[in-house]
Design a binder for this molecule. Structure first.
Ligand SMILES: [Zn+2]
Length: 357
């Protein structure tokens, strides 16, 4: 989880998208297929309390006195940063290193004056251990089964972060299980999304659902009269869903259940920008400006047009946890094909790490 800032450049790109010729073709009338029932997906993040302390400490040290840490100064300013993987005794995860490296590097287009370096001079992957006195890379990836998270950009070099501590955790879950009959390691779907999402944080990007309009649409509390209703078959580890009257369990109850099992603070920090901002001292000037009508209003579009619905930094939130339901502009729309960065994700990255002239 975590945050950062940024997303400027998105409004301009949206303009380009909207101005492309409209498809005037009329589709034949069809009976719409019934939509599949929505379930609560496993969310990518679970920022541990220790990481939160580090974020708050970074903010205190680097703010301008008003608690502001902007996107520009969370993004890396050096030409490259070193990434290393935790070497865990008795556990060889090296088969996954090239997959993670390749996936993370999808953020960085050719010609960018910034690189992620995963390897030593001899081509071997860089590793770190908990006993390190000197950081073996500024982004230190651990593989604990405790949920994934990442510090945001330069928070990883905050004074409170020790050389023998992770700055990111990738809980790859199913990735680590052998897939019978498959010669290749399993690495797709939610796990690919997790790597893209956490490296997005590590590069300085915030959650897309911290966008002001999205925030206003989140349904934190259960609808009045909600009768606790669970998805059949999940009784031992309940996954909540709307009741027979369609009343919502709300985010606070839904995320406390399967498959996330978050405590209330984790839920607030991952969903509620105000809670995150309060606990860390961070502000998100650019996102708020956009949602309050800055670029979007200038362009004459409704404010919601600046939410990137295909961003890997946007949680896939079921419509029953959104006040405007299926109409919500915060609903995730997957890119076609495999999980990948959206055009606006790429634009957001380019705004922080401009291509060379
Ligand atoms: Zn996150």
């Amino acid at each position: 989880m975590s945050m950062g800032l940024t997303r400027y450049g998105k409004a301009a790109l949206m303009l380009a998208v909207i101005c492309s010729p409209l498809q005037a073709r009329r589709l034949p009338a069809q009976i719409p297929a019934p939509e599949p029932e929505e379930h609560i997906p496993a969310m990518p993040d679970r920022l541990p309390p220790r990481a939160l302390e580090q974020v708050a400490a970074y903010t205190a040290e680097n703010s301008d006195g008003h608690g502001f840490v902007t996107a520009k100064n969370l993004a890396w300013s050096q030409p490259y940063v070193k990434v290393s993987f935790e070497a865990v005794p008795g556990q060889d995860l090296s088969a996954y290193y090239p997959l993670i490296e390749a996936t993370a590097k999808e953020w960085i287009p050719k010609g960018t004056r910034f690189a992620l370096s995963f390897r030593n001079d001899d081509g071997t992957y860089r590793t770190w251990t908990r006993g390190d006195q000197w950081p073996a890379g500024v982004i230190r990836v651990a593989f604990e089964h405790k949920g994934s998270w990442s510090l945001v950009g330069k928070q990883a070099i905050g004074r409170d972060v020790r050389p023998g501590e992770a700055t990111m955790n990738l809980d790859l879950g199913p990735v680590l299980k052998p897939v019978s009959g498959s010669p290749a390691p399993y690495f797709a779907g939610v796990d690919r999304l997790t790597v893209l999402h956490e490296f997005g944080h590590a590069l300085g990007l915030a959650h897309e659902h911290y966008h002001g309009q999205c925030q206003a649409d989140l349904k934190f509390d259960a609808d009045p009269g909600y009768v606790q209703t669970v998805v059949p078959g999940t009784e031992s580890a309940p996954q909540f869903k709307p009741d027979a009257q369609g009343r919502s369990p709300g985010i606070m109850r839904a995320m406390a259940g399967s498959p996330n099992f978050w405590d209330p603070r984790t839920i607030r920090l991952n969903y509620d920008w105000n809670a995150y901002s309060r606990d860390t001292g961070l502000r998100m000037e650019n996102v708020l400006r956009a949602s309050q009508g800055g670029a979007a209003q200038d362009a004459g579009f409704v404010q919601s047009s600046v939410i990137d619905r295909s961003s890997v930094m946007l949680y896939s939130i079921p419509s029953f946890l959104l006040k405007s339901g299926k109409q919500s502009q915060c609903r995730f729309v997957a890119m076609p094909g495999i999980v990948s960065l959206s055009p606006m994700d790429r634009q957001a990255f380019a705004s922080l790490y401009p291509p060379s002239e």
